[in-house]
Ligand binder design. Structure first.
Ligand code: FMN
Length: 185
């Protein structure tokens, strides 16, 4: 049962903003992400190398995302005097979008993103959600990556976690009582 398998992944999923390994994601998994997002009224579009080049042409510089850890995408060698080896990130990047841009669309985007992240977790893939690039690049990402047919809501880094080092700790959560007013409980 789909809902149960996704529910079971909730306690396993966590943002992993480390650089990911160079290992492709099988095409069948990419299709599965698209199907699950579509079922919930959203879409996920893989950002291709061509998309990146077009973004570079239109936006003046390539679409580059930087996680809190300093991990950068697309895969570039980052060297510095302090680092012994360059950090190379091989994450795939997806744009999550919806055909509309109203409140219901945002709800559908959230549900679609959740389903994709949990599906990836069940497969054993690492994920990291990013919205910071949309603050300055939303319009160009809509045009160049989504062909103007959908509105972007978030970027998803997806890939294979490093096989060394401890995985990131599960992020602690506020108690539900701190978030929901008593009359709604
Ligand atoms: C809506 C949303 C947007 C986020 N955008 C970014 C981002 O732009 N850059 C980043 O490094 N992390 C981003 N994060 C990840 C958070 O900083 C944080 O690491 C994460 O949500 C921790 O909880 P988790 O492990 O349950 O995902 C985002 C998370 C959410 C939910």
């Amino acid at each position: 049962m789909l809902e149960k398998s996704l529910r079971d992944a909730i306690t396993e999923r966590r943002s992993d903003d480390r650089p990911y390994r160079m290992r492709p994601i099988p095409a069948g998994y990419l299709s599965l992400f698209r199907e699950r997002a579509a079922t919930l009224g959203g879409l996920v579009q893989l950002v291709s190398d061509t998309d990146r080049e077009q973004l570079a042409a239109y936006a003046g510089s390539p679409l580059m995302v930087t996680c809190a850890s300093g991990t950068r995408w697309p895969p570039v060698e980052i060297g510095s005097a302090e680092m012994e080896a360059p950090v190379v990130d091989h994450a795939e990047l997806f744009v999550a979008g919806t055909p509309g841009d109203d409140a219901l669309s945002r709800l559908r985007a959230g549900e679609s993103i959740s389903a994709v992240l949990l599906t990836a977790t069940n497969i054993g893939l690492a994920t990291c959600l990013l919205t910071e690039p949309l603050e300055s690049r939303r319009a160009v990402i809509r045009t160049e990556v989504l062909g103007g047919t959908a509105y972007p809501h978030a970027l998803l880094r997806v890939g294979w976690a490093p096989d060394t080092g401890a995985p990131p700790a599960v992020t602690s959560r506020c108690p539900v009582e701190d978030l929901v007013l008593p009359e709604h409980q």
